[in-house]
Ligand binder design. Structure first.
Ligand code: COA
Length: 320
């Protein structure tokens, strides 16, 4: 038994913020952002929250799959920006959807969160525990940015993407995941500091910090390696893959991966131009866009790949 994606959904905040809008509030330019990353604008939450966007994406995915919430056995949410420490985003979604029999929990694998969630569903299906899962990536990264740090805040956006996954004979052909905690310092954000009657702590709230060039080097080396590994395990040649749906961090990373795999950029759909980097939500939002406009058909080979803080990475070869 493997996991097959049978429906997708996504949700973006209403407010769009262009590079030109950012020029007005910080020392940056559209030219700098676009030439280094490909990003032209991003959606930023005003009324929306991580949970509200995740719920909307989930409803759209259920409708797209023709599945009722009561059929779900499992809800996994990949997020680094949950609204609450507890209960989990997944439990709130379970309650709103009325997915009464589902087991629900969040995971933190940063930008690999959707891929890691998919692998959890896959493992549950393989063990025979569950048959239907809702896997979500949802983020409100704008609240975790230092808006005085132009080197990070211009890169990220908010949104949520979801997929309904069921146990089937075909679907995920092969999957790889990896983590390298030793290099985790290159992209991090501290949670609350230790604070209690026995400790004096006046540490200010932390925001996202990143050593951009180290993350870049990690991505351009690790992502092609992971993709080549899943293709080898699945006995599939890169030429046979219809689309490579990659985490949307930077167009230059995607171009480098395409070059390394010797594949044309047309096989790498992108939405980072209008969404920026939405961590765990990037892959499922892009997958939903590709799915809804009918770019992928039954039997197509599709590769998904995520990478980011942890460091973490994951890739999956799908028989759609
Ligand atoms: N606008 C204008 N100038 C900016 C800027 C901004 N938004 N952000 C940084 N700069 C400046 C820096 O201050 C620096 O100026 P200096 O040379 O006077 O000190 C200059 O631009 C170059 O900065 P640098 O960090 O060396 O640029 P870079 O070419 O490495 O590009 C990234 C920066 C972040 C775009 C690039 O490193 C990258 O894409 N890394 C991967 C990040 C990523 O994908 N993270 C998420 C992974 S999940």
């Amino acid at each position: 038994m493997t996991a097959r994606i049978i429906g997708t959904g996504s949700c973006l905040p209403i407010k769009e913020v262009s590079n030109f809008d950012l020029e007005k509030i910080m020392d940056t330019t559209d030219e700098w952002i676009k030439s280094r990353t490909g990003i032209e604008k991003r959606h930023i939450a005003v009324e929306e929250t991580t949970t509200s966007m995740a719920i909307e994406a989930a409803k759209r995915a259920l409708e797209n799959a023709g599945v009722g919430a009561e059929e779900l056995d499992l809800i996994v949410v990949g997020t680094v920006s949950a609204d609450r420490h507890f209960p989990s985003t997944a439990c709130e979604i379970q309650s709103t959807l009325g997915a009464d029999k589902a087991v629900a929990f969040d995971i933190n694998a940063a930008c690999s969160g959707f891929l890691f969630g998919l692998s959890i569903a896959n493992a549950y299906f393989a063990s025979g525990c569950f048959k239907k899962a809702l896997v979500i990536g949802a983020e409100t990264l704008s609240k975790m940015m230092d808006w005085n740090d132009r080197s990070t805040c211009v890169l990220f956006g908010d949104g949520a993407g979801a997929a309904i996954v069921e146990a089937a004979d075909t679907g995920i052909v092969s999957m790889v995941q990896g983590s390298d905690g030793a290099r985790g310092g290159v992209l991090s954000c501290y949670n609350r500091p230790v604070n209690n009657p026995f400790v004096t702590n006046d540490t200010a709230l932390d925001y996202t910090s990143m050593t951009g060039q180290e993350v870049y080097k990690f991505a351009v080396r690790t992502v092609p390696e992971a993709i080549l590994k899943v293709l080898k395990e699945g006995n599939v040649n890169p030429d046979e893959v219809k689309y490579f749906v990659l985490h949307q961090a930077n167009i230059r990373i995607i171009e480098a991966v395409a070059k390394r795999l010797n594949q044309p950029m047309e096989k790498f759909p992108t939405n980072l131009q209008k969404c920026g980097n939405i961590s765990a939500a990037s892959v499922p939002i892009l997958l939903d866009e590709v799915n809804r406009i009918g770019m992928i058909n039954k039997g197509d080979k599709v590769v998904l790949a995520g990478f980011g803080a942890g460091l973490t990475w994951g890739a999956a070869l799908l028989d759609w």
